[in-house]
Design a protein. Sequence first.
Length: 524
Amino acid sequence: MTQSILKSWRADLPASIVVFLVALPLCLGIALASGAPLFSGLIAGIVGGLVVGTLSKSPLSVSGPAAGLTVIVLAAIESMPSYQVFLLSVVLAGVIQIAFSFSRGGTLGEFVPSSVIVGMLSAIGLILILKQIPHALGYDGGDFEGSFEFFSNGGNTFSDIVRGVTGGIQPGALVIALISLVFLFWWDGARPKDGVLRFLPGPLVAVLIGVGLNLLFAGVMPNWYLEPTHLVQVPVAESISGFVGLFTLPDFTAIGSSAVWVTALTLAIVASLESLLSVKAVDEIDPQRRTTDKNWELMAQGGGNIVSGMIGGLPVTSVIVRSSANVDAGAQSKGSAIMHAAWLLLSVALIPVALNQIPLAALAAVLISVGYKLTKPALFIERYRKGWTQFVPFVVTVLAILFTDLLVGIVIGLIVGFIFVVARNFRRAITFACDGQDCLVRARRNLYFIHKYELQRELGRVPDGANVLIDLSSTNYVDLDNVDIINAFIKGAEYRDIDVIVRGDIGQKTAPMINARQTEVSYI
């Protein structure tokens, strides 16, 4: 893996800058939405890159504070005696995640239908666009960048957009956002394929354009100049000791509190689920189609949460927004995730005042461009062409996440997806045909317990004195209940003068042959 990082650093370096620009407002926004100190979000982002990025075997996933945990974290912080007690829950959640890893819990991620995964990606893209429109208009009174919930602050995602339009558009913010967006979409097509400029991150230029325009407004058009409320607000330490003081230790004296353990278990389960879904989604959009060891990923996430909780950070998970930005920026290894955390650490330690000159409108343009790439219209057309069994769970997942929140929407999408899986298996699995006294009973796919009735019905249609072929050659698994049904039919066939042949090697024969033309099906 180290050799891979060294070989791909030319691609990973510019990608890491893009991820840094995406991660910065998200880290701050999620901390704000969680009711935690702003610096705790930055700690989680740094730990997610340096610790989880180093431990993880995922080449492109990026970890950090997650929007899907904001409600849980906010409720826990408000109910606990102190933030230090909450940090203990984060540490214990990491320990529980490592236990999940050793118990092979990561395999659960493989059972999520692809339509739900793609729906999750598209929904997050739409949410990014909708949540950033108010910032692009200069309205910052609604949700911050970290919130993925539809209802909040007495309103919802769409009411924030309406308030942004009717409450007075900030011309400076709108101009910065529009120019940044135009540049980003132009740069995607115009960026040179060769030379040094091919490594230049478009989002970095867009941010610099935003900073430059705002400084220009200050001297030329003061009415368009953006005040600090419309800019990034990174905590500024006056000294080294002040910077060190921003880190916080957990309170281990609360280890016996049941509330601490309940919160830790809740965080571990939800964070593990979100990480598994995110990593699986990243694997599907990885240009090289690499597959991540999900059990190892849980171990890496657990290690990250232990470290984050020990120094005052929020819980971390693999995060799809940063990860998809990483893929889109052309990263090739986990070096990008590690480097993005280094930029976060260096910037908040050395140049926080410079970061606080970045307009939220410029970052909104970056996030809108990321969102568009996640939810292109072509993606909806592609899912529609794959049929209703793919399109319906996809659309339901998108709408459910859009109008509730990430975790609730995923659960709804999973339920609908599994309903379609079961419905597909209820479709006719067995073919029956007769030509005179020659009959065929053929299994078209694997037989499970839900096919018992269909199998019994078709075998019941075989007339007395017939020659019947039970064809199982298209299966590689036959449920035990169906094996019993076939064996019962074979045993009763001699009393009805039915000659039975079973075709298909489905396992070692464990029962004696009834006669030369009848074969009892074995248990497998």
